[in-house]
Design a protein around this ligand. Structure first.
Ligand code: 8YV
Length: 321
């Protein structure tokens, strides 16, 4: 397979670069001396892309690489790939499901507890010397005791979060495009109705045109002044200015966010708020899980070019066709 040329539009983690580099002729677009010359001279030779969400892969990008057969994506979310266009060109897209499910669910529960019990704020209180100088950290108004938690998106990660929440003895409800069979949780066909029915709303919604800004001012209004919103899915599913406004006007109580609309940019107004919890997209961020994700990306690429087929094609580009 060494004669097969593949491209990483942005440098990926070392495991991916090394293993793809061993199997294929791998080009790293970020390190080529002259990107324009590269596109002109090698563009037509590129047959596979290894991507990680940093570069938008759409018609404009792909016009320089007309012979791409497979796009192997690092991450379960592949919203940076225009999958509709890509599918129309018979290009296969793969992602990295399952291997990150439990890690992301762990992070979500951590973020939830941090937000509900103000743990980062109380830690800052201790470090600032306030425990000694001012006394105990104030009691929190919010608690999981007696709470109902709503999950937007009861897929693999949503279910893993729900399983963990079961152990916390809270009520669980969810919104999904359609009801999920075999789960005991209350289904709400309307997102607004789910928001109105719960104390804490967790979004695991993916990105892309279908979910764009679906969590809007109306949803925050329905969640209410004691409500907490947690996002571990994609920032683009949230109308970020509407969320900031809802926080400023106390239409909701707090948020805990691992994802943002324009990462790594986080609105300054959010950063200035002491009572919200903001994480830099660390959901799957352990060596253990990222290595599994990286290996799956590599396996998809080698599976394709060895004729075995991709391991984890996305639903829009099923395999075998
Ligand atoms: C990754 C993620 O860290 O899998 C996803 O969709 O959001 C994260 O697990 C991210 O995609 C890496 O760029």
């Amino acid at each position: 397979m060494k004669s097969i040329e593949i491209l990483a539009p942005a440098t990926m983690m070392p495991l991916v670069m090394e293993r793809l580099g061993e199997a294929f002729t791998l080009h790293d677009l970020r390190t080529v001396a002259d990107a324009d010359a590269f596109r002109r001279e090698r563009g037509k030779a590129i047959r596979g892309l290894a991507v990680g969400g940093h570069v938008r892969i759409d018609e404009a990008f792909l016009k320089d690489y007309p012979n791409v057969e497979i796009i192997s994506n690092f991450g379960v979310g592949y919203d940076s790939v225009d999958v509709k266009f890509v599918a129309s060109k018979n290009i296969v897209v793969t992602n990295t499901p399952d291997v990150l499910t439990e890690e992301v669910a762990d992070t979500c529960l951590g973020l939830l507890l941090m937000t509900v019990r103000e743990l980062p704020q109380s830690e800052r209180w201790l470090r600032a010397g306030n425990w000694v100088n001012k006394g105990p950290y104030p009691l929190t108004h919010t608690t999981l005791r007696g709470a109902t938690v709503g999950i937007i998106g009861l897929g693999r990660i949503g279910k893993a979060i729900a399983r963990r929440l079961d152990a916390f003895d809270v009520k669980i409800a969810y919104h999904n495009r359609r009801p999920v069979e075999g789960v005991p949780y209350a289904y709400h066909a309307s997102l607004k109705e789910l928001a109105a029915a719960v104390d804490i709303l967790i979004s695991v919604a993916p990105g892309g045109p279908e979910t764009h800004h679906m969590i809007d001012a109306g949803v925050f209004e329905a969640l209410g002044p004691k409500g907490i919103f947690i996002n571990i899915g994609r920032g683009s599913a949230v109308d970020e200015p509407a969320m900031v406004e809802a926080l400023k006007t106390r239409k909701i109580h707090s948020v805990g966010l691992d994802v943002f609309e324009f990462e790594p940019k986080v609105p300054a107004e959010l950063i200035a708020m002491e009572h919200v919890v903001l994480l830099p997209h660390v959901g799957s961020g352990t060596h253990h899980t990222r290595n599994l994700m990286g290996q799956l990306l590599v396996d998809n690429m080698t599976g394709w070019f060895s004729g075995k087929g991709p391991k984890t094609p996305v639903s829009e580009t099923p395999w075998p066709r």
